[in-house]
Design a binder for this molecule. Structure first.
Ligand code: NAD
Ligand code: DAU
Length: 354
């Protein structure tokens, strides 16, 4: 079996759903259920014989040690994290606790378990550390995309905490021999993404006829990858990736934020004719320390593992808008009082103008 951490979040739940749909081994999902964790994301597999959920903290060494000894996984796929940059600016403590301390404790527990495995199981074991391209910092408009050898230059508390986690993962591999692989992926989008991130926030607000808050000039560039493609890349890395290596994962889809928002508006104009949703765009105060551009050089994963993204940005956005249109119940269930308080705190100008 495998252990997935953070499996009730956006990418972790997509990974578990795909994994079980492909009849692979059983999965144990360890998730603390923070504001970003929604057990309803996995409602369709709740009674699947290959699925088990444990609510708990990756930093709880005793719990993690017990789970490892009891279930003897052949891999840990580590998604659990605080993941939103704006929240890391508003309050970095949780990022330091989960992303840094939590990952270091998880590595320690994994090492304790792995070091007692018989040789064949130990050599087959993998610790897959799911990380981000943000650890590489920001690119100028014509600089080459991030390769795996690009220096780490994290700029936000979020990316600094993920960079720190990556360094601990590297150290546990180098010093103790734990078979760790780290992946650095670009911006994901798709079903079940919490509407604090750009794409689901814009879809949510446009459907509700609310302002679409674009930070600064909106010309910042991100590379966008459909979450299903991220999951297929992670499966390839888990099966064929080399321990001690890192792999960059990207969508070959660089877009400015304004391009993304206008694409979403066009798709929603077609689905809900009668108004131009682009008229809802408002330029608001920029994010502090806002990274200008991310881009991924995916030649290593393409050449070594034969992986490339399958979903185009245009098709992926259409499918994602359709998913949000069809799943109003999910949106209503996650946009609780706590969500409204976050939106009021994060977008004060829009809130006071409303
Ligand atoms: P998310 O915020 O949607 O989900 C995070 C999950 O982790 C939640 O279910 C939460 O309850 C759980 N969690 C948080 N703290 C925990 C703890 N201490 N113990 C156990 N569980 C805990 O995040 P996501 O967008 O699905 O991202 C998953 C991973 O992928 C993160 O490590 C993130 O850094 C990385 N990543 C995300 C993106 C992206 O675009 N979203 C891109 C590249 C990499
Ligand atoms: O690059 C991978 C990273 O992508 C992941 O590691 C992070 O977990 C994930 O949150 C994401 O980080 P970003 O900061 O790039 O994503 P976000 O969706 O928050 O913002 C995308 C861009 O849109 C960024 O330039 C900021 C801008 N933005 C965002 C929001 C929420 C706006 O203009 N307005 C907004 O309201």
């Amino acid at each position: 079996m495998i252990i997935v951490t953070g499996g009730c979040g956006f990418i972790g739940s997509a990974f578990i759903l795909d994994w079980l749909a492909q009849d692979r081994e059983p999965v144990l999902n360890l998730d603390l259920l923070t504001y970003a964790g929604h057990p309803g994301n996995l409602r369709t597999v709740e009674s699947h014989p290959g699925y088990r959920f444990v609510r708990g903290d990756i930093a709880d060494s005793a719990l993690v040690g017990d789970l490892l000894r009891e279930h003897r996984p052949r891999a840990i796929v580590h998604f659990a994290a605080e993941s939103h940059v704006d929240r890391s600016i508003a309050g970095p403590d949780a990022f330091i606790q989960t992303n840094v301390v939590g990952t270091a404790r998880l590595l320690q527990a994994a090492h304790g378990y792995w070091s007692r495995l018989p040789a064949p199981e130990a050599s087959a074991f993998r610790f897959l550390n799911v990380s981000t391209d943000e650890v590489f910092g920001s690119l100028g408009p014509s600089e080459p995309a991030f390769s795996e050898t690009h220096p780490y230059q994290p700029n936000s508390p979020y990316s600094a905490s993920k960079a720190s986690a990556d360094h601990f993962a590297r150290a546990w591999c180098h010093t103790f021999g734990l078979p760790v692989i780290t992946t650095n992926c670009s911006n994901n989008y798709g079903p079940r993404q919490f509407p604090e991130k750009l794409i689901p926030l814009m879809i949510h607000n446009a459907l509700a006829g609310q302002p679409l808050p674009v930070y600064g000039d909106g010309r910042q560039v991100r590379d966008w990858l459909h979450v299903g493609d991220h999951c297929s890349a992670l499966r390839a890395v888990l099966e064929r990736g080399r321990p001690g290596e890192t792999y960059n994962i990207g969508g070959r889809s660089e877009r400015t934020n304004l391009e993304v928002v206008h694409t979403i508006c066009r798709v929603i104009d077609e689905a809900r004719p009668g108004r131009s949703h682009a008229a809802l765009v408002r330029h608001v105060q920029d994010r502090l320390g806002h990274d200008r551009r991310y881009a991924i050089d995916d030649s290593k994963i393409a050449a070594e593992l034969g992986w490339k993204p399958a979903v185009t940005f245009e098709q992926g956005i259409r499918d994602t808008v359709q998913w949000y249109l069809a799943n109003g119940d999910w949106v209503a269930s996650v946009t609780s009082g706590a969500y409204r308080r976050w939106v009021e705190q994060q977008y004060p100008a829009l809130h006071s103008a409303a």
